[in-house]
Design a binder for this molecule. Structure first.
Ligand SMILES: [Zn+2]
Length: 137
């Protein structure tokens, strides 16, 4: 098993084995990081990895995995300017503080694309009382 020299932000240069390093690649951005736990201070480090570094780490026998960006980033409502405001967060906080588990599940249930579009169109024009009534809060 290959010894790999890395740098911990607290401890400086350290030596790791290939099994101590995980390469993580974002599929959409084709960007990679490598992650390891420092054997001295036990802190987890994540570092950006250029493609040639990924090749070297893979050749040394490091494990790798891929991950995907959250699907919410492709939500068309984000492009329409519908943004979460501080008021939305406060409303959501108070909703979660007071809601029963059944209310949270009911609110989070999957709905059709048409219903979602109608709901968000109405939500853009609704006052806080209407929103509270819709969410049963
Ligand atoms: Zn360290």
């Amino acid at each position: 098993m290959a010894l790999i020299r890395a740098t911990c932000s607290d401890c400086g240069d350290i030596e790791l084995r290939s099994r101590d390093i995980l390469i993580r690649t974002c599929e959409e951005r084709d960007e990679s990081t490598y992650v390891f736990r420092c054997p001295v201070c036990r802190m987890i480090e994540a570092r950006y990895a250029e493609p040639h570094v990924v090749d070297v780490l893979l050749a040394a026998g490091c494990d790798s995995e891929t991950w995907r960006l959250p699907s919410e980033l492709n939500d068309p409502r984000r492009k329409d300017g519908l943004r979460v405001t501080h008021d939305d967060l406060l409303d959501f906080h108070w909703f979660l503080a007071d809601a029963t588990t059944a209310q949270v599940i009911e609110t989070a249930r999957p709905v059709s694309a048409e219903d979602q579009e109608r709901f968000f169109t109405e939500l853009q024009h609704a006052d806080s009382d209407t929103i509270a009534r819709e969410l049963n809060i």
